[in-house]
Ligand binder design. Structure first.
Ligand code: NDP
Length: 330
């Protein structure tokens, strides 16, 4: 079966040369194991961190070994009491067309509740990230202004819509006019700024947030966040979810010293990793699924077709190629 491995660690922006496709033999299936055929594979920004050998919250990938991440797969052979042939499961699995893995650690997913791919997006890790980050740390109140960067992405579009459900004024920041229009027209954001075409982000933000910023959900970091943080209100909450603008940097860029702003405005700034909330995932899933089924939470996906597209899809995250969740369907 085909497998995609990390051939070399990227320096700066990842390229196709950092990946290699190999053919491997599947091991025989043992008791407690299942054989799976990949159905939909997720590419996520955090994987960039695992391609480097710097210490982080998840261990780095080894050079020469398969990349792994969120995968929805179909059970085609089972030596486990918990899974039967035909079940669809989700798990942290290798980039491999077919695989033999332990059944433990796989989660059965139900295609009747929502499309299977949603378990990698709005009903999966990105959706839970939006839910817990915004509600648990951001604690948005009706009437407050919530700004979200990376607004048209897998996490960002869920953040904005949950904030709308909470009765907030929602301002998004994204890098493409089609994304801006999508968020305004389909997801009912109150204002969206294209950070790539605006000539003055500070002024655009001030106009979009006439009463200041109460909650900032930060997916990107860098200069965009410098601009938002400068406009926070007293008692603002800043949620550090991601810093994608910095993931490919080879040195740490210097920004403004924001501590005086945090101090003077009695603001809270907190980072988090979604797995901190693992015990509460059922609560988050239930809320997200109920909004999706009620039509209150819409979701967009950008899907490439074919196993071989995985490296290209992954690199696309850093070029803004996706609206909503970026996926590769087999
Ligand atoms: P997205 O679907 O948002 O995809 C990435 C998007 O980031 C691109 O489409 C692009 O959109 C934007 N982007 C890329 N480069 C830059 C840049 N230099 N400056 C500004 N924007 C850029 O990914 P996710 O929704 O999966 O993840 C969003 C963020 O959340 C990431 O930083 C990720 O690491 C983080 N995350 C954190 C988790 C946690 O547990 N803390 C869990 C999951 C995700 P555009 O066209 O707008 O530029």
């Amino acid at each position: 079966t085909k497998q995609i491995v990390l051939k070399s660690r990227p320096v700066g922006v990842p390229t196709l040369k950092n990946f290699e496709t190999k053919t491997v033999e599947l091991s025989a299936i043992a008791n407690g194991e299942v054989r799976l055929v990949a159905h939909t594979v997720s590419v996520d920004p955090y994987m960039r961190g695992r391609m480097s050998d710097a210490k982080s919250y998840v261990a780095p990938y080894s050079v020469g070994e398969a990349i792994a991440g969120g995968v929805v797969a179909r059970v085609v052979e089972s030596k486990s009491d918990s899974l039967k042939v035909g079940d669809y499961v989700m798990g942290m699995l290798p980039w491999q067309e077919e695989m033999v893995v332990p059944a433990a650690g796989l989660q059965v997913v139900d295609g009747n509740i929502a499309p299977l791919s949603y378990y990698l997006g709005v009903l999966g890790m990105p959706g839970l990230t939006a839910y817990f980050g915004l509600l648990d740390i951001g604690k948005p109140k009706a009437g407050e202004t919530v700004v979200v960067s990376g607004a048209a992405g897998a996490v960002g579009m869920v953040v904005g819509q949950i904030a709308k459900i909470q009765g907030c004024r929602v301002v998004g920041i994204a890098g493409d006019d089609a994304k801006v229009n999508y968020l305004l027209n389909e997801m009912h954001f109150d204002a969206v700024i294209n950070y790539k075409t605006t000539t003055n982000l500070d002024a655009a933000l001030a106009e979009a947030c006439p009463t200041g910023v109460d909650v900032y959900f930060d997916n990107v970091g860098g200069e965009i966040s410098d601009s938002v943080v400068a406009q926070i209100n007293k008692g603002a909450r800043i949620i550090i979810c991601g810093q994608i603008s910095l993931y490919n940097e080879t040195s740490v860029p210097m920004g403004p010293r924001i501590q005086p702003t945090i101090l003077k405005r009695s603001a809270l700034m907190q980072g988090f990793i979604v797995s901190n909330y693992a015990e509460r995932f059922p609560e988050g899933f239930k809320a997200l699924a109920s909004w999706v089924t009620a039509g209150k939470l819409k979701y967009a996906q950008t899907t490439l077709k074919g196993f071989d597209k995985l490296p290209e899809a992954f690199i696309g995250l850093f070029e803004g190629k996706n609206t909503g969740k970026l996926l590769v369907e087999m």
